[in-house]
Ligand binder design. Structure first.
Ligand code: ADP
Length: 637
């Protein structure tokens, strides 16, 4: 029984992405084969993993492999696997739409120019092109698949120009076959039905794939006589199945034997990321905890770092037999971007995720790996480390809160831009070394952009005294500092909360201003909890701060943005007693405590404080009018 053929339109972004892929990668067309083999290999991995608990899925078809079949006359190329396959719904979900959550962001990044002319291969590679790369070389792509354990198959077909058809079909065997009707090759272009071309590509890009990639090749063999001896001068052509890849697990090789090119290819295979890795760690441990590991630090964060469940993390093997992909039990959350392979010979092949979590061996390996990775990071050249930090620093920092044992090591790897680092990263040790002789604390300020922070009125006094302040712009920094608390015995001190203790507040002056401050506080009762002389300000007239343990304005903003119910914290209004404006207001107040303008001045002092920290005033039109009136007064006067 054949099903009904349905025609569907591609989602706009799928079509756009497909066009970009075709444009951008035309000069790298051979990669389509690597991408399809890689998908096939993933499907075989998945089957191998699931069949450990559901052995009936394998049936008699136990020899997992990938088969390539070329037909020169028809100009077709077929890549078939007997892996996990897909159900009808999975085909619709995986192939017809784009499940990748970074798609919108990616399309936005490449812009109209990218849509028209394509983009640099690295950029698109970072996004992961996968299945759609088939359209670089094919006019028509037909995918026929049957999910393991299911009766019927599904056929999907498209010429890549806006729509695809899908129908239920019969398929004898489990797995996925992808049939490409190849575009006509130009004169000097490679012909992908040519045996040696296919061999070359497989050898170059997919040699270490853990399953045999087989192809029927024509061989010339001697003709044998009835006794099995070769007959003289008689040969015949026969078709033999040949395995094209060595399947050599590069993590078992000697460290020195693995070339950079091999690392890059292998990394690409396991990570689906085209950018060469930033660094790698190749370990062979013997003794009580025996394992091999080959881990990579990516050079670029994927587009969908936050939204997507990390797909390509650490693969777990035992004696070169694949156990599971994305083994989260081997890497803490703050290092979840690390990719690679761990091969532990003593591990039970049928181990489940639940057991893994409690397995002492796994815990040991994890502990070991984390230590080695932190050492690797600490040893990276400065510019490499800073590349890493710019890409992954915001995830890595969470280690301060997550990994108590390695807190000091992680702290030594933190980097911040500062008020005097000229846009460069500084380590905390370097900061401490530069501290003023009488400086007790490490000053920091948090906010959403470097520019706002650099111009924050809270830093005026500190700048005057030439005291360096760490500028923190990652939302997570607030938590990092809270959990780190101190570094090299110096406590962290917020530059915007609490008093700064830099100079002694002039008691006499404070006394003179106290009546005015009380008046202003009464006028702002529902907004501020205190009005006090500022220890932060030098040039500005007012700013808002908090008590040392209050939530910072930035934290409040982050929490609100994430939809949390934040209890309203009243702030402290700090006023600069050395500012001429305040002296004038004081004079008005002393002349007539009921003057109507005093209410306006009170509101203005508050609004100016809000604006100077990048906030929004409650009533902008009133604010505008007040400023306007004052300007008129000033110009007339
Ligand atoms: P990626 O491999 O990066 O996820 P692709 O576009 O290449 O992206 O593939 C999308 C999804 O389609 C895969 O994640 C997988 O679920 C499914 N898929 C692709 N090829 C196969 C295959 N040969 N067998 C089973 N599923 C496949």
């Amino acid at each position: 029984m054949a099903g009904k053929v349905e025609t569907h339109q591609f989602k706009t972004e799928v079509q756009q992405l497909m066009n970009i892929i075709i444009h951008s990668l035309y000069s790298h067309r051979e990669i389509f084969l690597r991408e399809l083999i890689s998908n096939a290999s993933d499907a075989l991995d998945k089957l191998r993993f699931t069949s450990q608990t559901e052995p009936e899925l394998l049936g008699d078809d136990t020899e997992l492999k990938i088969r390539i079949t070329a037909d020169k006359k028809k100009r077709t190329l077929e890549i078939a696997d007997n892996g996990i396959g897909m159900t009808y719904d999975e085909v619709v979900e995986n192939i017809g739409t784009i499940a990748k959550s970074g798609t919108a962001g990616f399309l936005e990044t490449v812009g109209d120019a990218g849509l028209q002319n394509g983009v640099a291969p690295e950029l698109i590679g970072q996004f992961g092109v996968g299945f759609y790369s088939a359209f670089i070389v094919a006019d028509k792509v037909t995918l026929i698949t049957r999910a393991a354990g299911h009766e019927r198959g599904t056929k999907w077909e498209s010429t890549g120009d806006g729509s695809y058809t899908i129908e239920v079909v019969d398929k004898k065997t489990r797995g996925t076959t992808i049939l490409l009707k190849l575009k006509k090759a130009e004169k000097d272009e490679e012909n992908f039905t040519e045996e040696w071309t296919i061999r070359g590509i497989v050898k170059k890009h997919s040699d270490f794939v853990a399953y045999p990639i087989v192809m029927d090749v024509e061989k010339t063999e001697p003709v044998l006589d009835p006794d099995g001896k070769p007959e003289k001068d008689k040969t015949r052509k026969v078709i033999r199945e040949e395995t094209l890849n060595s399947m050599k697990a590069i993590w078992t090789k000697d460290k020195k034997e693995v070339t950079e090119e091999e690392h890059n290819e292998f990394y690409r295979h396991i990570s689906h990321d085209w950018n060469p890795p930033l660094a790698h760690l190749h370990l062979k441990l013997e003794g009580t905890t025996e394992y091999n590991a080959l881990l990579y630090i990516p050079s670029k964060a994927p587009f969908d770092l936050f939204t997507q469940e990390q797909k390509h993390g650490i693969q777990l093997y035992s004696k070169r037999v694949f156990i599971m992909e994305n083994c989260k039990e081997l890497m803490p959350q703050y290092l979840a971007f690390i990719k690679g392979v761990v091969d532990a010979p003593d591990l039970n092949l049928n181990v489940s995720r639940e057991i893994l979590q409690q397995d002492a061996l796994v815990r040991n390996i994890k502990k070991n790996l984390v230590k080695k990775i932190l050492d690797l990071l600490a040893g990276l050249e400065q510019d490499k480390y800073e590349t890493f930090y710019a890409e992954f620093g915001h995830i890595f920092k969470a280690g301060i809160s997550q990994d108590f044992d390695n807190k000091d090591k992680i702290a030594s790897l933190l980097r911040y831009k500062t008020t005097s680092s000229d846009g460069k990263y500084s380590s905390l040790s370097d900061y401490v070394n530069r501290m003023k002789p009488d400086q007790k604390d490490i000053y920091y300020i948090t906010g959403d952009s470097l520019t706002t922070l650099l111009n924050s009125p809270h830093l005026e006094r500190l700048k005057e005294k030439d005291i360096e302040v760490l500028l923190m712009t990652d939302p997570i920094d607030e938590w990092v500092i809270r959990d780190l608390h101190e570094f090299e015995k110096k406590t962290f001190k917020s530059a915007e909360k609490g008093d700064l203790d830099l100079d002694k507040v002039d008691d006499k002056k404070q006394e003179e201003y106290s009546a005015l401050f009380d008046f202003i506080k009464a006028g702002l009762e529902d907004k501020v909890k205190e009005v006090k002389p500022s220890t932060h300000l030098k040039d500005s007239v007012s700013c808002l701060s908090g008590d040392a343990y209050d939530m910072s304005a930035y934290m409040e903003k982050i929490l609100k943005a994430s939809g949390q119910d934040v209890p309203k914290t009243k702030r402290v209004l700090e006023l600069n007693m050395d500012h001429p404006l305040l002296a004038k207001i004081k004079a008005v107040y002393e002349q007539d405590k009921d003057a109507l303008v005093l209410k306006d001045y009170t509101d203005l002092l508050f609004d100016l404080a809000v604006i100077s920290e990048g906030g929004k005033v409650e009533n902008p039109s009133k604010f505008g009018k007040l400023i306007g009136d004052l300007m008129v007064g000033a110009i007339d006067g």
